[in-house]
Ligand binder design. Structure first.
Ligand SMILES: Cc1cc2nc3c(=O)[nH]c(=O)nc-3n(C[C@H](O)[C@H](O)[C@H](O)COP(=O)(O)O)c2cc1C
Length: 281
């Protein structure tokens, strides 16, 4: 199992030690053109998680390739580049320019208008031009996770990432939305049950590797995602309040595994699968 950061939740150049404490570093999503993102207010805390409507702010592909990527390579940690776009062609053009990295296709940002093509069409366009490992980060809003997963697998995805944030809103004292955009992406502890269900549904549909994320706060959360079928686990919102979390999560995972009576975290998967085999839709 690899422990990664969730895209957008760690700036490796500002915090290289945190990035080095991970098994691989995932960049914030890059797009063809530079984007300043949505206007303020674009982050809000809520009782059980965080709302963000950043809107894929990033310096754009050319700046990423010429400046950011060489700096990231110098960190000597395996790199995953998160690629976004507004058409399948844009995604594919960026993938064609990337080598020696794993690519995570962000097919699920709730803070920008979606590309007109389906997730599978985008994966197929990228597969045609890229030899890199392609992970499809699919939306938790999908009504039929099994169908989505089978479609992106058939289109050539090498793995899956899930879940992105779910859409949420918060109101201020005057009952107006806190975020300028009205709604944003909700992340943090409240997401764990959504993530567990998404991973279970995806695992029932495929044997592709799955990077699972959503609400990870401790080692037991990591073990639960593995029990549902995750191959790797990523930590997101927690890194803002606890950048040293990766080392703690590894220690806690070992303890949680032992406490649950398993020799290895992966052994929890077979156990959970037996107990839910006929109960999950
Ligand atoms: C501030 C912020 C920025 C994010 N930016 C991205 C992004 O650029 N690309 C992406 O695929 N996901 C992005 N995400 C979603 C996370 O990668 C992750 O899927 C989600 O937050 C669930 O994990 P968590 O509950 O551990 O945070 C962002 C999340 C947050 C909180």
């Amino acid at each position: 199992m690899l422990l990664l950061n969730a895209s957008g939740c760690l700036d490796a150049i500002a915090a290289p030690d945190v990035a080095s404490s991970l098994d691989a570093y995932v960049t914030k999503t890059i797009t063809l053109e530079p984007r300043s993102g949505n206007g303020p207010i674009r982050i809000a805390e809520t009782d059980h998680g965080m709302l963000n409507a950043i809107g894929l702010a990033n310096p754009g592909r050319e700046h990423f390739l010429s400046t950011t990527l060489p700096q990231l390579r110098a960190l000597d940690v395996p790199l995953w580049v998160s690629v976004g776009g507004f058409t399948a062609r844009e995604y594919a053009d960026t993938c064609a320019r990337l080598e020696d990295v794993t690519i995570e296709l962000n097919l699920s940002c709730p803070n920008v208008d979606e590309a007109p093509e389906s997730a599978a069409e985008i994966v197929a366009a990228c597969r045609e031009v890229s030899q890199s490992a392609l992970y499809a980060k699919v939306s938790p809003h999908s009504w039929d996770m099994g169908e989505t997963v089978r479609a992106v697998e058939a289109a050539g995805a090498d793995g899956l990432s899930m879940i992105n944030t779910v859409r949420g809103a918060a109101l201020d004292a005057n009952l107006s939305p806190v975020l300028a955009r009205g709604a944003g992406g909700y992340s943090g502890p409240a997401l764990k049950p959504v993530a567990l269900a998404a991973v279970l549904a995806a695992r029932r549909a495929t044997s592709l590797p799955i990077v699972a994320m959503g609400g990870v706060c401790n080692g037991r959360d990591v073990l639960e995602l593995i029990a549902c079928g995750a191959t790797h686990v990523a930590v997101g919102t927690l890194l803002f309040s606890d950048p040293d979390a990766p080392a703690r999560l590894r220690k806690e995972l070992a303890l949680a595994t032992e406490h649950a009576g398993f020799a290895r975290p992966e052994d929890a998967f077979a156990h959970a699968l037996d107990s839910v085999a006929n109960t999950v839709n």
